[in-house]
Design a protein. Structure first.
Length: 446
């Protein structure tokens, strides 16, 4: 087997990131844009000691689940991986991934997740999109790289994005504004971020310096192309880094935050704060978490990794007390403000790392009955899980995860600490992409 060799292979499995897996002489070969059961002609583009990577040349025997991708950027852009299969097949892939991780990594052999909850929208469902700006133009990055795929649109991004990109492009061209070059560190505009909520659209222009020549023209351009524009922020990121946002924000026009409603609660969202990207599906996600929490009114609930306070405030009417912990200071400020907006008087927020702050909370004599955990992809710090298990009153854990493998790892740790998994519901928050959210209930007898 050598690089550039061409083979015909049968696809027998899928990787977690949505690529097909076949075998050549016993070695696993990963191929994007194929479906289990298909036979494909591929060219080998990478060979390592343990696996190879193939590029699809042609599907010889297509799956009945194969569909024509609706997005013109699909085969080039690294954002989505599954638009070549029917939504039904995509959902099956996601549920299998959750089940497989819980079984293989978690070690729970006879534990079946429920059916996956499909997303109400499979296109234009994102309320936040971030477009890199490079010397090549504005668009998206190709998979696992910083090579720009120039595109005026993204099928999973909100309706306004097209108009915003067009307006920014026009402004840059007409005013001679430079794009940032990652290699040399020169140039001004790094990213265009668009966020939409009930109160309107907030556009953030990320720049490498504290200057924005022609900002009046930018405001005019965006106002006329984006009818529900509610604000423009300049975010300054002077560092040579992959992280999109820097720490300084300036409001160029209008409001510096958005307001959105989820079910019966209202949230203020600052540019730096995390907020779920698929709003319609978020309400379902939180409702499942609420159902698992099954609050009776006397409970103290820990909302760990609480962001702007969403989950706890969604559930606050059923609890005696909510204690939120979050490490992004702006998000904590939003959470406190949101508690006031929602007239939630029983919530208290701490800013810091959950794994550290938890000790202070326990020292204060707080005795929570239930914890909601909603960590980022890397999952929870083991110190946090250990600390939770030492709280004698903490009977229930509702774990919301955006990464099945770290969820399964943490479920195993929690199981060793006495918690038994009761239910798991996969929720599709990210159609077209290989990502899947899961809500898990674990409890222990006291
Ligand atoms: N529950 C919220 C946010 C979930 S995203 C919602 O549904 O909207 C995860 C959040 O965890 C982010 O806001 C991130 O800033 C925060 N975070 C990441 N690591 C953390 C840590 N070690 N301790 C506390 N918060 C953390």
């Amino acid at each position: 087997m050598r690089k550039n060799d061409i083979f015909e292979i049968e696809i027998t499995g899928m990787t977690d990131d949505g690529r097909g897996v076949g075998r050549i002489n016993g070695m696993a070969v990963f191929v994007p844009y194929v479906i289990v059961g298909e036979t494909a002609r591929i060219v080998l583009i990478k060979i390592t000691k343990t696996y190879a990577v193939g590029k699809l040349i042609e599907v010889i025997k297509p799956s009945t689940y194969r569909v024509r991708p609706e997005c013109s950027a699909f085969y080039k852009c690294g954002g989505c991986a599954l638009m070549h299969m029917s939504y039904e097949k995509e959902l099956e892939f996601k549920r299998n991934k959750v089940k497989d991780c819980i079984e293989r990594i978690g070690g729970f052999k006879n534990f079946e997740p429920s059916d996956i909850v499909p997303s109400p929208k499979t296109e234009r469902y994102r309320n936040k999109s971030q477009f890199p700006v490079t010397l090549e133009g504005i668009g998206m990055f190709a998979a696992h790289s910083h090579r720009l795929v120039e595109s005026d649109d993204c099928l999973i991004a909100g309706e306004n994005c097209r108009a915003v990109i067009k307006a920014v492009k026009y402004w840059m061209k007409s005013r001679g504004i430079s794009a940032y070059d990652e290699q040399s560190g020169r140039g001004l505009v790094r990213h265009v971020c668009v966020r939409q909520a009930d109160s309107g659209t907030l556009v953030t222009i990320v720049t490498s310096k504290d200057e924005l020549p022609g900002s009046d023209a930018l405001v005019d351009e965006l106002k006329s192309s984006c009818p529900d524009l509610s604000g423009i922020i300049q975010n300054i990121n002077t560092k040579k880094t992959n992280v999109i946002l820097g720490s300084e924000n300036k409001t160029i026009y209008g409001s510096s935050y958005l307001i959105d409603n989820i079910g019966h609660v209202k949230f203020r969202i600052s540019p730096m704060s995390f907020y779920q990207v698929n709003r319609a599906q978020t309400e379902r996600l939180y409702s499942i978490a609420e159902e698992f929490a099954d609050l009776k009114g006397h409970e103290t609930l820990l909302d760990l990794y609480c962001g702007i306070g969403t989950i706890g405030q969604f559930m606050a009417r059923g609890a005696k007390k909510i204690i939120g912990v979050e490490y992004t200071p702006q998000a904590v400020m939003d959470a406190r403000e949101n508690a006031q907006i929602n007239n939630v008087k029983n919530a208290e927020y701490y800013c810091g790392k959950a794994e550290l702050v938890i000790r202070d909370i326990i020292k204060k004599g707080v005795r929570p009955d239930i914890a909601v955990l909603d960590p980022p992809r890397k999952g929870c710090d083991i110190k946090l899980l250990n600390a939770l298990s030492e709280i004698p009153t903490l009977k229930k854990i509702v774990y919301i995860s955006c990464k099945p493998s770290t969820l399964a790892r943490d479920m195993k740790i929690l199981n060793n600490l006495g918690y038994i998994p009761k239910k798991a519901v996969p929720v599709d928050m990210f159609p077209g992409t290989p990502h899947v959210e899961t809500v898990v209930l674990m409890s222990r007898n006291m």
